[in-house]
Design a protein around this ligand. Structure first.
Ligand code: GLN
Length: 315
């Protein structure tokens, strides 16, 4: 067992959760009404170890939309299909140092990395591009299902419609990329954007998403089903970018303090990966000014204070 005394580990997790629950700072994302209406007090946390031990607390069965936490998986799908070289002809791997929807591209005229909006839309344009859009979405959906251990994920159509309606910035980014010839040939811009909004609107709960995080911690093999979802080289690339770019403009600070790959989303979602040990899914809707879940970040801070999980704690 990777965590020999799991019961005592869970007791510690539980007391950190209770402490973190007291934090009511931040505010829910309100750029679309569907996110603004979510009960901000909710807090969920689930753990799945690479050998399948599980623990959940709070609202761990409540669904929320993935939003930006869909980005690492879309990047993995593009990598698996096209390989590192081809994918990185269209998207960089450098932190942007700017917010996730900043109207900016790198010096080559491509997005800085796949963890910000421009790069995530680019990843969408690369996934299964010879196929029709319905099958392409199916592929993403099925991948999440497999990552979560076989349970279907949901789709929030109201979130999707609302995202599409208020997408001026994302359209601006896409046109900017098209102007720079950043997309592969014959990319349908509207279809690509809609595909991206659909991926953001996929829903699941921390109970299931912790298995997805654990699959990343386990180098791409689902610890519960034994299914190989991604090659280890794909996961290695993905985790590298989650570490350097996964927490918006807080990524450097997070890498410094927490020292673990993570990805947040404006729904208050946070995927945390402790390589070779466990995946953690956290959700609490109140966000800090940079767009990360306030309680999500606080819990991570408490976690590495208590346990030597920071990548360089072993030094
Ligand atoms: N749907 C959001 C957007 O494209 C997702 C961004 C996020 O979670 N930061 O703006």
């Amino acid at each position: 067992l990777v965590i020999p005394d799991f019961a005592s580990f869970c007791r510690d997790i539980s007391s950190m959760f209770t402490e973190t629950l007291k934090n009511e700072k931040g505010k829910v994302a309100d750029y679309i009404p569907q996110l603004a209406r979510v009960n901000p007090d909710q807090f969920a946390l689930s753990i799945c170890t690479v050998d399948g031990q599980r623990y959940s607390l709070g609202d761990s069965g409540v669904n929320f939309c993935l939003q930006s936490s869909c980005k690492p998986i879309n990047y993995c799908l593009a990598l698996e299909e096209l390989g590192e070289k081809k994918v990185h002809r269209h998207v960089g791997r450098e932190p942007s140092g700017q917010s996730f929807n900043e109207l900016t591209l790198n010096a080559q005229g491509i997005p800085h990395n796949p963890m910000i909006n421009a790069g995530a839309m680019m990843a969408c344009s690369l996934i299964d591009r010879e196929n029709n859009i319905a099958d392409r979405f199916d592929k993403v959906n099925k991948t999440w299902k497999a990552l979560c251990g076989g349970k279907d994920v949901s789709f929030n159509n109201a979130v999707y419609l609302s995202e599409r309606q208020t997408a001026d910035r994302n359209f601006a980014l896409a046109y900017f990329m098209r102007e720079k010839n950043a997309f592969p040939e014959k990319t349908n811009l509207t279809e690509t954007l809609e595909f991206y909004f659909q991926c953001c609107s996929i829903e699941s709960c921390t109970y299931d998403l912790s298995v997805a995080a654990a699959t990343l911690a386990n180098a791409g093999t689902n610890p519960l089903t034994g299914d190989v979802i991604f090659q280890s080289s794909t996961v290695q690339n993905c985790l590298s970018l989650m570490l350097s770019c996964g927490m918006y403009d807080f990524s450097g600070e997070f890498a410094f303090k927490i020292g673990l790959p993570a990805k947040s989303g404006v729904s208050g979602a946070l995927l945390l990966v402790i390589p070779n040990l466990m995946g953690i899914s956290i959700w609490s809707p109140r966000l800090d000014p940079l767009g990360n879940s306030v309680r999500g970040v606080e819990f991570c801070e408490r976690l590495v204070e208590r346990f030597s999980f920071h990548q360089y704690d072993s030094l």
